[in-house]
Design a protein around this ligand. Structure first.
Ligand SMILES: [Zn+2]
Length: 785
């Protein structure tokens, strides 16, 4: 796929190059100093929006259908108010022409409401190989010959999303899009291919199970379309196409929660195929896959000039086994490096918002270029970029969640290391980075499905207009023709308290933390194209270069630097207050997430959250109280596995070890700390230690543990009070934690006491300052890029 403008063959490519060049060939940094904002220039007039590329049209003009576009469609079908998609399946299974996971028995029903149509539950104890595409199943843009003249669907490729398809008549197909894996909802993103249509044939697609109660599809948004034949003949890349588009209430109610009788929403569009033997892809927006990102990064690193300023590191591995990366961009000169400011960009927490990736690509491409402004930014800033926070979701075609079924942008308050590794490590990384240097800007890139244009969410406590938090947003809006300042909102919403934006703002006290939203549609009823998203990224960098002070002159020439912030603040004071009402897409969808009892069936014990562990304990406790029935009812687990048509698995051995062996009343059972065990690297199994309750002290317990383990090295270490380097590494806070499981009395059963011990040596002897420094170097070493 080619995202660059230079090879675009559509009619507006010449203008595009002009826009691109205007944006990339800005004045060199030196001439910008001392900088003055040219606020009176109408920047937007410099970059007029381009009309859509013209295709030859055989379809009915939009206006004729406009009466149909606002929920005026009435279904003549059955009036039953309580039909679900499962009922629909029962009535139409003879018309089923495609299902993505052919091992799923779609007709299997259970008596309770725990079965969700269009959901694939990934069981991580028996990871199903076809659940995870690790980049090898790409959507191919080469045409193979198709012998069948039947319409055929496919979504078994990276980022694909179509659960199943039904043929209603010769040219009408009902489609069901897939819930995010391990959730019972979050449908919005779709991406599938159609083959077997004839030139001139018009097909109506009905996507039955959208969840949001409004859509830009009612305001003129068209699906993204890619025709392989059209690309070969006319060079057409991804474009917006389709007609007679409407989004309205579906006759079906959601399976969960059934009692609420919430309706699905239906998207209907028509498309006229232009070529015989063609393969045409349809998607909610221009897709940007994990593979696209890797390919782009490889070209950047292969470039001998660009890779001078760019380095790439693995941040973590996700549940699906994909790598989440962090990039560093800065000048490789060491001059005044300590004075550079920190800037952080994040993208694709929400996998179904590919706009974020295009903006991110625009940023990376600009920052590594030889543009003087990019060079200026590299000399004065260190950029940390997390280009794809949720590769699992992207690869598997999710809209909002990762494989663990939770919205990553609602997990920043207390991310779980195993369930949300990318958030856990990214947060840790950014926090470490903020200790190393001042972070002036954090932008989290998203796509918005309800509003036009692009805008930011910022953080501010008061409703006053004149806040420092708004300064950079206004500056970006001035320099970015695609950004609309009046759409920006600045506040702390309770529903978004656990987002990256609010958590980083709270914890790191950074004023300029923004969620940058780019519309799925565009602005002024015109679609954004891929290059517009790329240019948004360039504009962000451009705005930043206006406001970053030249650190090489900061102390010698400070008087000459005009205070741009002050200028903008003054201007902000004159502006009317923006309307802070927001009912957009960034809201919580937590009802679609599985409950704890459902999730604990899916994951390895080490990935359980505290809440889930507590749930398990409670369950275990309840089970002990009740005698087991002779013929037990099917458990959730067996129900789920029967959906997957796998034999039920007994996972009792994988649950956290509970009190199966009953120790004597006065004894505790102590487990050796995991970290120290690893350091020992001995293969002797650790015997459980029985400790007399009457004489226990922290120190005593530690000594007992050492003796019991029979580790001579540890004993010597303890006696000589000279901890090895390994211990520094293992416990940088010089605290070892013991977990004591209390099984002594009935009331105390299952209670866990945690005892913290100061590592010997550090306990008795105060650490010398040089040792402290050494320890700090270990913990901070990750950030000395
Ligand atoms: Zn988002």
């Amino acid at each position: 796929m080619n995202f660059n403008n230079n090879n675009n063959n559509d009619s507006s490519s010449e203008d595009d190059i002009n826009v691109y060049e205007t944006l990339t060939k800005l004045l060199p940094a030196n001439e910008l100093l001392p900088r003055k904002l040219t606020i009176d220039i109408d920047v937007k007039s410099l970059y007029p929006l381009k009309p859509l590329p013209q295709f030859y049209k055989t379809y009915v003009p939009f206006l004729e259908e406009s009466t149909h576009r606002h929920c005026a469609i009435t279904e003549t079908a059955i009036n039953d108010e309580n039909r679900t998609l499962l009922d629909y399946y029962d009535e139409n299974k003879q018309n089923l022409v495609y299902k993505r996971f052919d091992q799923l028995d779609l007709g299997k029903r259970t008596t309770n409401d725990r079965t969700y149509f269009a959901t694939l539950i990934a069981n991580f104890k028996k990871a199903h190989p076809r659940v995870f595409f690790r980049g090898e199943a790409l959507f191919d843009q080469k045409l193979t010959s198709y012998t069948s003249d039947q319409i055929q669907f496919d979504s078994n490729f990276e980022s694909g999303n179509l659960f199943c398809a039904f043929k209603k008549s010769e040219n009408v197909f009902d489609l069901i899009i897939q819930n995010d894996i391990n959730t019972r909802g979050n449908t919005q993103w779709f991406f599938f291919s159609v083959t077997g249509a004839k030139a001139g044939q018009t097909i109506q697609f009905n996507l039955l199970n959208h969840l949001k109660n409004g859509s830009l599809f009612n305001e003129g948004l068209q699906p993204a379309v890619y025709s392989i034949k059209d690309n070969q003949i006319n060079g057409t890349e991804w474009c917006r196409d389709g007609f007679n588009i409407s989004y309205f209430k579906s006759p079906f109610i959601k399976e969960y929660p059934l009692t609420l009788k919430k309706k699905y929403y239906q998207l209907r569009f028509h498309y006229t195929f232009k070529h015989n033997d063609d393969k045409v892809y349809f998607a909610h927006s221009y897709p940007y896959t994990y593979t696209n990102l890797l390919e782009f990064l490889n070209t950047q690193l292969d470039d001998q000039e660009r890779n001078q300023h760019l380095s790439r590191k693995v941040l973590c591995t996700t549940l699906g086994g994909n790598t989440c990366e962090v990039l560093t961009i800065t000048s490789n000169s060491l001059q005044r490096r300590a004075y550079r400011k920190g800037v952080v960009f994040l993208a694709r927490q929400h996998p179904g918002e590919p706009q974020g990736s295009f903006v991110m690509q625009g940023i990376i491409d600009f920052l590594t270029s030889n543009n003087p402004q990019a060079e200026y930014l590299r000399q004065n800033c260190i950029f940390k970029l997390f280009p794809m926070m949720n590769p699992d979701g992207v690869v598997n075609g999710n809209y909002r969640c990762g494989l663990e079924g939770s919205d990553l942008n609602r997990r920043w308050k207390k991310p779980n290391k195993y369930l949300h590794p990318s958030v856990y490590y990214a947060k840790k990384y950014v926090k470490g980075f903020s200790k190393e240097r001042q972070i002036i800007l954090v932008i989290d890139l998203h796509g918005h499905s309800r509003k036009q244009s692009s805008f930011v969410y910022g953080c501010a406590y008061s409703s006053q207009v004149k806040t420092i938090e708004r300064v950079f947003a206004l500056l970006m809006a001035k320099l970015n023709p695609f950004m609309d300042y009046p759409s920006c909102t600045f506040r702390i919403e309770n529903a978004k308290d656990k987002t990256a934006r609010i958590q980083l703002w709270r914890e790191l006290k950074i004023n300029w933390v923004y969620t940058y939203e780019c519309s799925f549609y565009g602005q002024q009823q015109k679609h954004y194209q891929i290059k517009d998203y790329l240019n948004c990224g360039i504009s962000i960098c451009n705005a930043l270069s206006q406001i970053v002070k030249d650190t090489s002159k900061e102390f010698t020439n400070q008087a000459n630097v005009p205070d741009i912030q002050q200028q903008i603040l003054e201007e902000l004071g004159k502006m009317p207050q923006t309307d802070d009402q927001d009912n957009g897409s960034d809201s919580s969808q937590s009802e679609a997430e599985l409950s704890d009892d459902e999730l604990v069936q899916l994951f390895q014990p080490k990935t359980y959250s505290t809440k889930q562990k507590n749930f398990l304990k409670q369950q275990e406790f309840n089970n002990k109280k009740k005698p087991q029935p002779v013929n037990p009812k099917p458990t959730i687990n067996t129900q789920k596995t029967s959906i997957l048509q796998e034999s039920p698995s007994k996972n009792s051995d994988q649950k956290p070890p509970m009190s199966s062996q009953k120790p004597k009343n006065t004894q505790y059972r102590i487990q050796a700390p995991q970290r120290l065990k690893q350091i020992e690297q001995t293969k002797i199994p650790d015997p459980p230690l029985m400790v007399d309750k009457s004489v226990q002290t922290d120190d005593w317990m530690y000594r007992q543990w050492l003796i019991q383990m029979g580790k001579m090295k540890k004993q010597q270490e303890y006696q000589s009070c000279t901890p090895t380097r390994n211990i520094y590494k293992s416990s940088s806070q010089s605290v070892t934690r013991f977990i004591v499981k209390n099984n002594s009395t009935k009331n105390d059963r299952g209670r866990i006491d945690s005892i913290s011990l100061v590592t010997p040596g550090l306990q008795n002897k105060l650490i010398s300052s040089s040792q402290q420094r050494q320890m700090m170097r270990y913990s901070g070493s990750n950030f000395m890029s």
